[in-house]
Each structure stands twice: as C-alpha cells, then as structure tokens.
Write a protein that binds this ligand. Structure first.
Ligand SMILES: NC(=O)c1ccc[n+]([C@@H]2O[C@H](COP(=O)([O-])OP(=O)(O)OC[C@H]3O[C@@H](n4cnc5c(N)ncnc54)[C@H](O)[C@@H]3O)[C@@H](O)[C@H]2O)c1
Length: 347
C-alpha cells in the first residue's frame, strides 16, 4: 500500500511509528500547510515527496491511500477531495465537527466504494475486544448498567507540553478553531469504548458540559478558550441498559486513562487502559457471591493501522467505518443540544 500522510503534527508521529512496522506499507508522501513542520517531519521519517497543499498531492496521484491527521475542522475539506480522487482514507477522529459534515463524508465514501475507516484508537485495546466478545457470548447475562470515563490532565500538567503556548493544544480549547472541546476530542473515543464494549448502541442522551476560565478574559492570542473542558452524560442503550459517561482534561494525576465497567445480570467486567498498560478484570460465576474480581488474560489484537492496510490490500472493508463515526457524531451533536435545552434527547 502506497500511503500519504496529511498533517504532520503530534498524532502523525504516532501513526508513522505504527505504519512503518507493517509489511507492505510504504509512506510515499507527506502534506502539511506548515512548511517548517512538514520539512522536519519528512526529514525525520525519510519521506520523499512533500506537498504544501493536498491539491498538489492529488495532482501527483501516485498513492493508493491517505491517512488524514489534520486538526478536526480540516477533516471534511481534505477528505472529500481524496474520496473524489478514488483514494482509500483512514481519517482521524472525530470524523467532522458535526453530524451533517460527517454524513456527507460517509455518503461520499460509500459512493466512491473505497475503504473508509476512522481512527478510534482504543479499538486497539485487546481487553476491550475481549470484553465485547464475552458480552456477546452472554457470559455476564443481559447488560443493565455501564460506567465509562476518559480522564486526561493536560490542563493541569505539562507532561505533554504547555497548552498556554502551543498551537497543538490551543486549537483544542477554541470553538472558533473547530474544536468541540473535550466532548468532540475524546467524547467520541469514550462513547465508542462504552457502546462497543457493551455491544449495544446509544439510544438517548443527556449531557452537561462545562468550560472553566483558564486565562485572563478567556483569551490567549487568536484563541478564545470557549470549548468545553469537562462533560458528564447519562445515556440509555438500545438493549435497555443505563449508562453514565464522563470525561475531563482537568483530571489531575491521570495522563490518559479510560475505564469501562459493564454490569450484567450474571457478572461484571472492567476494562482499564492507560499509557502502556491495559487490563480486563471480571467478576463471574461463583465469584459474584463474594464480589471477587479476577484478571482475565487477553491475547493481542491487530491495530486499526494493520486492519486499514489489510482492508486496502484485500478490498474487504473493516470497522470502524465512516458511518459508525457519523452515528457517534450525532450523539455528540445532540449532547450539546441537551446542554443548552437541559432535556434528554432521542438519538
Ligand atoms: N486517535 C487518537 O487517539 C488521536 C490522538 C491525538 C490526536 N488525534 C486527532 O488527530 C488529529 C490531529 O491532531 P494533532 O494532535 O496531531 O494536531 P496538531 O495540531 O499537532 O497537527 C495537525 C497538523 O495538521 C496541519 N494542517 C492543518 N490544516 C491542514 C491542511 N488543510 N492540510 C494539511 N495539513 C494541515 C497542521 O499544520 C499541523 O501540522 C486531530 O483530529 C485529533 O483529534 C487522534
């Protein structure tokens, strides 16, 4: 697979580190509107072709697929021309800033008949995949209650860099720069984590969002810091279960931590993920009586990057696709409406 990478910022580095380990994947070009970042990235990873615009890359055309690692608001305008050119696309999450754009991208991809996937990274967490299999196999009985959280601390710590001065963080704090805050940024991850793990879909949503004052006048340079920093959400699932989902960038002491607890009528499962560490625990069978939780060993699973490459080569689509991400985007859009109107909405 001849792959080009669009956007050469923080996440692009993670992606290239993964793609370069896959047999048969060749990164043949990189695109960025920032010449300095593009040159540093392409030099570091020894990428031959460099383009300051996507149009130039498409005119050149000598690639099969693209991975779109631009900021959220650039996903829509950059993915549509790739699809029109018949290229397979792995797009970063969220697919777009709203459902209408995400749906337009989905329909364009389906019309083009190309492989379209969204990088919901936590599908790579093996314990999540195993938890889903166990739920589907009926090992915990009907799911009744789900609890999911996504905790980050980058507004508190400088472990990943300083949000007060670095554009990679500042755009995430500004609706004017296309961010839907923590809801748009990691909300889509944790909603997918919860619904995929519990093997059901979200049916109703009610959310509260909060933006905290972080700088004098809520402004740093061109960035108005108005995007939400924390959310809490209650959801109904299609199978009748009730769920609580929350996320924050103010979670001191948690660099990047996802947790999912799934309670069924015959057992419980807990998936935990933090950098370099994932675990599945279960309370099953006779252990239900003594409330004893045990670690469940889980084999590794292929990553989204491996599955995207496999899909492009085989022509057989893989999940999560654009339509799935668009459906999650609908939940995120409705969550924002519920915050304004303070009432639950059907998805
Ligand atoms: N899947 C995950 O776990 C995960 C993790 C981090 C970020 N992300 C997503 O990855 C995307 C990029 O995030 P990031 O942290 O790398 O951002 P970033 O700001 O560090 O990098 C984005 C890069 O895209 C470039 N760019 C902007 N508009 C462009 C355009 N029209 N054409 C080409 N290049 C353009 C910028 O100059 C910049 O170099 C975001 O959508 C983010 O939500 C996903």
């Amino acid at each position: 697979m001849r792959l080009i990478i669009i956007g050469t910022g923080g996440m692009a580095k993670n992606q290239v580190d993964q793609f370069t380990t896959i047999d048969g994947v060749e990164i043949v070009g990189a695109v960025d509107t920032d010449a300095t970042r593009l040159a540093a990235f392409a030099d570091k990873y020894n990428i031959g072709k460099r383009f300051l615009s996507l149009d130039e890359a498409i005119s050149w055309g000598e690639f099969d697929a693209a991975t779109n690692v631009t900021p959220d608001r650039a996903h829509h305008p950059t993915t549509l021309p790739l699809l029109a050119a018949g290229k397979h696309v792995l797009c970063e999450k969220p697919l777009a800033e709203n459902y209408d754009k995400a749906l337009e991208m989905t329909e364009a991809a389906e019309r083009a008949g190309v492989i379209n996937m969204v990088n919901l990274t936590y599908r790579n967490v093996a314990p999540l995949q195993r938890a889903r299999e166990m739920v589907i196999a009926g090992e915990i009985g009907t799911v009744k209650h789900v609890e999911a959280s996504y905790l980050q601390s980058w507004l508190v710590s400088k472990a990943w860099g300083d949000w007060r001065s670095e554009s990679t963080w500042l755009w995430r704090l500004s609706t004017g720069h296309g961010s839907n805050g923590v809801l748009g940024d990691v909300g889509i991850h944790i909603l997918d984590f919860a619904a995929y793990g519990a093997a059901t879909d979200i049916d109703h949503v009610f959310a509260r969002l909060k933006t905290f004052n972080k700088a004098p006048g809520g402004q740093i340079g061109e960035y108005t810091l108005d995007a939400n920093d924390s959310f809490s959400m209650s959801v109904d699932f299609a199978n009748g279960a009730l769920g609580v989902v929350h996320a924050s960038r103010w979670a001191t002491g948690h660099l990047n931590e996802l947790k999912l607890r799934i309670y069924g009528e015959r057992g419980g499962l807990e998936v935990s993920h933090r950098p370099g560490e994932s675990e599945l625990r279960g309370c099953l069978g006779e252990d239900v009586e003594s409330a004893t939780w045990k670690t469940i060993e889980v084999p590794p699973v292929p990553t989204n990057y491996q599955r995207f490459a496999e899909a492009v080569v085989s022509g057989i689509p893989q999940d999560p696709n654009f339509r799935h991400a668009a459906n999650l985007q609908k939940v995120l859009d409705l969550a924002m409406v519920t915050e304004r109107e303070r009432r639950e909405l059907k998805v």
